[in-house]
Write a protein that binds this ligand. Structure first.
Ligand code: 5GP
Length: 190
């Protein structure tokens, strides 16, 4: 998505630790018009998939997931992060290493919200090493749901998570793929 690449170049800030800050339009302040353009683009990429739910993880995945789900016209389910390993109640859960917080979280979804009748699209804001998507895939599998694929606003392609998912056979649709990133500049995949 050319307009996303341009916005990243204009507004993105490269931080230490391989983190791209996009707080001006996606992660803190949200540019609603642009968010819904991204959601529309994701919905179009999966238009033929008969998706029944969009699945994401709190907190920063929720906005883009809502925008995509709006155009697909299905509910969003978001996994909550619980720091304890003791999970109570009827939930699906997976252990996920957080890229930005450098801790492990148990992510949980109540069994009420996903079932074998669902076909889910997994959506997040960033794809780096792929741990968040892998955890969400694990949850969808526990529910017996079909997985239509993965959609993300920004994939940092050089970190390999997206290509691992593709190698496992998942359809991964990224609105922008960064192949090189440093304080000196950002290069996108052609
Ligand atoms: P992964 O699990 O693929 O290694 O990392 C993806 C998760 O970490 C996303 O949910 C996202 O919130 C966060 N993340 C990874 N890289 C970045 C980044 O460069 N910038 C921001 N803002 N978040 C990131």
């Amino acid at each position: 998505m050319k307009s996303l690449e341009e916005k990243i170049l204009r507004e993105g800030i490269v931080l230490d630790g391989d983190v791209l800050k996009v707080g001006s339009f996606l992660n803190q302040q949200i540019d609603i018009d642009f968010l819904f353009k991204m959601g529309d683009e994701i919905a179009r990429a999966f238009a033929d998939e008969h998706i029944t739910k969009v699945l994401t993880v709190e907190a920063s995945g929720i906005a883009i997931a809502v925008a995509a789900a709006h155009y697909i016209n299905v509910p969003v389910v978001f996994a909550k992060k619980s720091k304890t390993i003791n999970v109570h109640g009827e939930v699906y859960s997976a252990r996920v290493h957080s890229y930005t917080h450098c801790i492990d979280n148990n992510i949980i979804v109540p069994k009420d919200y996903l079932s074998p009748n669902d076909k889910v699209l997994i959506v997040d804001d960033f794809l780096a090493n792929g741990k968040a998507f892998e955890g969400l895939i694990e949850i969808a599998k526990q529910a017996g749901s079909q997985i239509a694929g993965c959609a993300v606003a920004i994939e940092k392609g050089y970190q390999g998570g997206g290509d691992n998912l593709r190698a496992k056979g998942y359809k991964v649709h990224s609105l922008a793929i960064i192949d090189e990133m440093s304080a000196g500049g950002i290069k996108f995949r052609k």
